[in-house]
Design a binder for this molecule. Sequence first.
Ligand code: GRF
Length: 210
Amino acid sequence: MKRIVVLISGRGSNMEAIVRCCAEQRWPARVVAVIANRPQAAGLEFARAHGIDTAVVDHQAYAAREAFDAALAAAVDAHAPDLLVLAGFMRILGPAFVRRYEGRMLNIHPSLLPAFPGLHTHRRALEAGCKVSGATVHFVTADLDHGPIVLQSVVPVQPDDDEAALAARVLASEHRIYPQAVQWFVRGVLRVEHGVVRQSEGAPQLLSTL
Ligand code: GRF
């Protein structure tokens, strides 16, 4: 049984999708804890209601990033995870934290990386006149929103889209690819070769909704 710890900052809908798929598809894994950096993170409620341990490491209580990272690592390590899943976790993690979980930490970003790392991805995609957008699940490296790509989704950008409409379409695809990527990890079918992730069963690492 692989142990999964999920880090959230807010709504937690990706975390919810992972928890649901884990149970429904009987993965050889369990979400053992959900940890938030904000006491008000709405996703904590879902976790509690599903009997999952929760913790809050409030970044506002720490003056220095390193001190926050160290407290977060302690909270994570208390649950001895095989995999750390960042799901809408809105804090930048320092190099020591990233090194500690290297190769066993995944993130989802709502763009087709390497396009539009960072914030306001949907607005930037619209401003650039992109005809497609999507989401990317990747291993976390010290380079923000980079790192070996596990799986991407592609969705159309419609001519009348605003930020909210595009975000909703991308989010629906996130709820499909993030559980898939986590399932692959816990089943041990991902290999990273020279910075490129291969699914050893040959499953497509792309979800297209075009
Ligand atoms: C998602 O769009 C994710 O890609 C981004 O923040 C959002 C989090 O949503 N990093 P949720 O908290 O999983 O509902």
